[in-house]
Design a protein around this ligand. Structure first.
Ligand SMILES: [Zn+2]
Length: 98
């Protein structure tokens, strides 16, 4: 499974296989974003740029990030893949899909 991560040091979005904590480029601490891989790959260039602009804002980044490991623990507890949970929460990003 691919997940969307943001590195605030490189100011780049990284698409990585699995849940990663560290940036493959600078080894900085990554923030995993709530947006699903499928949703992200369907964004056009401008929408990706907008998403990156939001990530750059320290006040907005926490809103875009997966809240904590709790989400994944909860998914485990429910015996469903974490990706479904992320997809469920991704309604928040509906604005990017229009
Ligand atoms: Zn980095």
């Amino acid at each position: 499974m691919m997940y969307i991560h943001y590195c605030r040091y490189c100011q780049r979005i990284h698409i990585l296989n699995g849940h990663k904590n560290y940036c493959p480029r600078c080894r900085g601490h990554l923030t995993e974003l709530k947006i699903s891989y499928m949703k992200y790959v369907n964004l056009d260039k401008q929408e990706r740029q907008n998403l990156k602009e939001h990530c750059k804002n320290p006040r907005e980044l926490p809103l875009l990030a997966v809240s904590s490991d709790k989400t994944r623990d909860y998914a485990k507890w429910l015996q469903i893949p974490a990706s479904n949970i992320e997809h469920y929460h991704s309604d928040h990003y509906a604005a990017y899909s229009h």
